[in-house]
Design a protein around this ligand. Structure first.
Ligand SMILES: Nc1ncnc2c1ncn2[C@@H]1O[C@H](COP(=O)(O)OP(=O)(O)OP(=O)(O)O)[C@@H](O)[C@H]1O
Ligand SMILES: [Mg+2]
Length: 265
C-alpha cells in the first residue's frame, strides 16, 4: 500500500505523521519505506540523514531524473534510529536540489517518474509513505501519481482546513491526468490539537463537517516531547515515559491506516 501524505499548507505535521506512523508500524513488525519528496529534506533528517550525509548520497532527485523502472532501489538506505524497529524502516532520502526536477514538469509523462522508479521496489514493503511538500506542484504530483491513496494532515485551523480541501479537490479533479483514476483521500489526521483553545475545538467540528468519517481519531495533541523527538531526530520510543501516550496515539492511527487506507488501496 502506497500512501501520499499531503496538505497544501506548510507546518501541518505531515512529516511528523510519517515518521511516527512509520515507528508505530515498524514496532508491530511491518516493513515501511518512507519516501522524501520534499526538498526541505525534513523526513530524511528525522530518520538520521543530515545535510552533510545527503551531499554524496543517491536521493529522490537522482531517482526521478533517472526515469528507469525500479531505480528507487539505488537510493534506499536504512533508518538510523537506535531502536530495533529501525531495521524495518527504509528511506529514499531527499536533498534541496530535488527542486530541480520541477523544471521537467512540462515534459510529457514526467509526473509518472516516481511511480516508475518505485515499480518492483514498493512491493517489498507493507506500507510506502510518501512525504509531499506543502504545494500542489510537480513534486506533490509525482507523489500522488505514485500513490494508491491520500492521507491529509492538518491543524484544526482555518488555513490548514482550506489547504486540505484544496488537496482533496485537486485529487478529485486531476486523478485521471495523474494516471490514478481511483485516487482519493482515505484519512485525515488532526495534529497539534489543543483542547484548551476554543479555536481548535471550533475547527475540529469544521474538520468533521467537511471530511466526515474520513477523520481518524484520536487527534494528535500538541506536546513538547513530540517537538523534542522531532528536533533530536529520534523515535518516540527513545523519549521515555512522557512519550508513551503519543506512542499509543500513533499506534491507533496506524491501525486506521492499515484498515481504512488498505481498503481503498
Ligand atoms: N503534535 C505536535 N506537538 C508539538 N509540536 C509539533 C507537533 N506536530 C508538529 N509539531 C511541530 O511543528 C513543526 C512542523 O511539523 P512538520 O515538519 O511535521 O510539518 P510539515 O507539515 O511536514 O511541514 P512542511 O509543510 O514544511 O513540510 C515541527 O518541527 C514541530 O516542531
Ligand atoms: Mg514536511
Amino acid at each position: 500500500m502506497r500512501v501520499a501524505v499531503a496538505n497544501n499548507k506548510g507546518g501541518a505535521g505531515k512529516t511528523t505523521a510519517i515518521a511516527h506512523l512509520a515507528e508505530a508500524l515498524a514496532d508491530r513488525g511491518r516493513h515501511v519505506l518512507a519516501v522524501d519528496m520534499d526538498p526541505q529534506a525534513n523526513l530524511s533528517r528525522r530518520l538520521g540523514y543530515g545535510e552533510a550525509d545527503l551531499s554524496d548520497m543517491v536521493t529522490a532527485a537522482e531517482v526521478v531524473a533517472a526515469h528507469r523502472k525500479g531505480c528507487a532501489a539505488d537510493a534506499i538506505v536504512g533508518c538510523r534510529w537506535a531502536v530495533p524497529a529501525a531495521e524495518r524502516i527504509d528511506l529514499v532520502p531527499a536533498r534541496y536540489d530535488l527542486e530541480a526536477r520541477v523544471a521537467e514538469a512540462g515534459q510529457l509523462g514526467s509526473h509518472e517518474r516516481l511511480d516508475i522508479a518505485l515499480s518492483g521496489v514498493a512491493e517489498d514493503y507493507d506500507v510506502v509513505l510518501l512525504d509531499c511538500p506543502p504545494s500542489l506542484g510537480h513534486l506533490t504530483q509525482l507523489g500522488l501519481a505514485a500513490a494508491d491513496t491520500v492521507v491529509l494532515v492538518l491543524r484544526p485551523e482555518y488555513d490548514h482546513l482550506q489547504g486540505a480541501i484544496r488537496v482533496r479537490d485537486f485529487v478529485a479533479g486531476y486523478r485521471r491526468h495523474l494516471g490514478r483514476p481511483d485516487l482519493a483521500v482515505s484519512g485525515v489526521i488532526v495534529n497539534e490539537h489543543d483542547r484548551r483553545r476554543g479555536l481548535h475545538v471550533w475547527h475540529a467540528d469544521s474538520v468533521a463537517d467537511t471530511f466526515g468519517d474520513l477523520v481518524w481519531s484520536p487527534p494528535v495533541p500538541s506536546r513538547a516531547v513530540l517537538a523534542e523527538a522531532i528536533d533530536a531526530a529520534q523515535p518516540l520510543r527513545a523519549r521515555g515515559a512522557a512519550a508513551r501516550p503519543l506512542l499509543e496515539i500513533f499506534s491507533t492511527l496506524a491501525d486506521q491506516l492499515e484498515v481504512r487506507a488498505d481498503a481503498v488501496a
